[in-house]
Design a protein around this ligand. Structure first.
Ligand SMILES: [Zn+2]
Length: 212
C-alpha cells in the first residue's frame, strides 16, 4: 500500500541525504540530513530529521508529523508520576507552556524539534534553569537565584507527583502534539494561529532569524 506513494515513509528507515554547502561555515558539500521515521503508538508516524555539518559541527534537529494533523492545542494536567511519560512531539514551530512554573518554550532561531516525554521536557527546563541560576549567582542577583530555586523545588515535587503541572503545546503547522490517555485537545482558533510564532518556517534566510 505504501508503494507508489512518495510521501509515505517506511517506519524504522534511516536515510542520509546530502544538503550541499553549509550556511554557517561555508563548507562545500559538508551539510547532510539524517532522517528517521518511526511510529508513535496510537498516534502515527513522525519523521525526525537532524541536519549536521561535517566540517564545523553545526547541528539542528526537527520533527514532522507525517499523518494529516490539523493545528490543535493539546493540554495535559500532570498529577501523578505516570503522567510524566506522556509523549511530547515538538517541532520547531511548536510552543510549549508549563503553566504553574511560568515557563514558555517558543519557536526561534535556536529552537530544536524533538520527540520526548513530559519528563524529558521538564529535564530540559531544569538544566536551562540551573545554568541561568549559576549565571545569576555569579552576578550576585540573589532575588533571581531565589526565584530559580523555588521553580527547581516545584519541579522536584512535580516529578514526585506531589504538585500539579499543566502542560500545553500548540503548533500552527500541526507538527507538534501531546500523546496520551489524559491529553485533551481542541482545534486552534484562527486568532490563536495568528498569535503564535511560526519559528523558522516563515523565514527564507536563516540570518533573518531576529525579526519577529
Ligand atoms: Zn559548517
Amino acid at each position: 500500500m505504501r508503494m507508489g506513494e512518495e510521501k509515505k515513509k517506511e517506519t524504522g528507515e534511516i536515510q542520509v541525504l546530502p544538503l550541499g554547502d553549509c550556511p554557517i561555515c561555508g563548507g562545500k558539500g559538508t551539510l547532510k540530513v539524517i532522517q528517521h521515521v518511526h511510529e508513535i503508538p496510537y498516534f502515527g508516524k513522525v519523521m525526525e530529521s537532524t541536519i549536521i555539518c561535517e566540517k564545523c559541527g553545526y547541528r539542528n534537529a526537527d520533527v514532522m508529523i507525517l499523518e494529516d494533523r490539523p493545528p490543535k492545542l493539546y493540554t495535559l494536567k500532570v498529577e501523578e508520576e505516570r503522567d510524566l511519560f506522556t509523549r511530547v512531539v515538538r517541532s520547531k514551530s511548536g510552543t510549549i507552556e508549563l503553566e504553574e512554573i511560568g515557563v514558555k518554550i517558543e519557536p526561534g532561531p535556536a529552537a530544536e524539534g524533538f520527540v520526548s516525554n513530559v519528563e524529558g521536557v521538564i529535564e530540559r527546563v531544569r538544566e536551562t534553569l540551573l545554568m541561568a541560576r549559576e549565571f545569576r549567582r555569579q552576578e550576585g542577583d540573589e532575588e533571581a537565584v531565589k526565584k530559580a530555586d523555588e521553580i527547581l523545588q516545584y519541579i522536584e515535587e512535580v516529578k514526585e507527583g506531589k504538585k500539579p503541572l499543566t502542560v500545553r503545546i500548540a503548533d500552527p503547522l500541526g507538527n507538534s502534539a501531546l500523546v496520551g490517555e489524559k491529553v485533551k485537545s481542541r482545534l486552534l482558533t484562527q486568532e490563536e494561529i495568528d498569535s503564535l510564532s511560526l519559528g523558522p518556517y516563515v523565514k527564507v534566510e536563516p540570518e533573518e532569524g531576529d525579526q519577529r
